[in-house]
Design a protein around this ligand. Structure first.
Ligand code: UDP
Ligand code: MG
Length: 205
């Protein structure tokens, strides 16, 4: 989970995530990446870790942006599969069991969550996001699935494939598409942001 200035919402996020993890038959660990937050995110994460030793915190030396924060999290992950999810509660942790079930049943290496709606997003973001994916896919050799965030399950071998790509200017959704393997979508409704402001006027697509 990348986290930038998420102090106001991350306790609630962690509570919902803990509930979901408690219902899984698999064991899991949580890797939070504090991406140079300027608020109390780091202190809040430390307090969560005090109570839950399955939490690991990666504390970046400054704000690098979420693509690099995500990469750091994947570098520190060590399970049979890794799940990338935003920590602002726009991605519902309750979908995680469905992602795991699709991974187990279909044997897919990437199970990505595909949003059905963009609740809480303004028209500027909706239009720019629409244009972004269409333009991107018309100029790139690899098709990046439309209306996907970073929320996805990635198998261990797919994580290892992505870890071999070390470009500095990263676009993780593009890299996940580039590595190949079987990739399947799970549709979901995306919630509005719980706390803190998106990064910039429109955040990311
Ligand atoms: N994030 C981050 N570094 C940044 C900006 C964002 O780690 O510089 C995290 C943020 O805390 C959130 C996720 O990346 O968990 C997505 O960010 P945001 O909500 O701003 O983007 P959007 O919802 O528009 O994709
Ligand atoms: Mg968000």
């Amino acid at each position: 989970m990348p986290a930038f200035n998420e102090a106001d919402g991350i306790v609630e996020f962690n509570r919902r995530l803990r509930d979901v993890r408690g219902r899984l038959s698999e064991t899991s660990e949580v890797v939070y990446v504090n991406d140079g937050s300027r608020d109390d995110t780091m202190a809040v994460l430390r307090a969560l870790r005090e109570r839950d030793p399955t939490i690991t915190i990666v504390n970046l030396s400054r704000n690098f942006g979420k693509e690099i924060a995500l990469t750091a999290g994947l570098d520190y992950s060590c399970g049979d599969a890794a799940i990338v999810i935003d920590s602002d509660l726009q991605d519902p942790p309750e979908l995680i069991p469905t992602l795991i079930a699709r991974w187990r049943e279909d044997g897919a290496d990437v199970v990505f969550a595909q949003r059905r709606s963009r609740a809480g997003e303004g028209w500027v973001k909706k239009i720019t996001a629409y244009g972004f994916y269409r333009v991107l896919n018309s100029v790139s050799g690899q098709q990046v699935p439309v209306d996907t965030g970073d929320f996805r399950l990635v198998s261990r071998r797919a994580v290892e494939a992505v870890k071999q790509l070390r470009e500095h200017h990263r676009f993780m959704k593009g890299l996940f598409a580039w590595i190949g393997f079987r990739q399947v979508a799970v549709p979901y409704e995306r919630a509005p942001r719980l706390a803190a402001k998106p990064n910039g006027i429109i955040g990311s697509f």
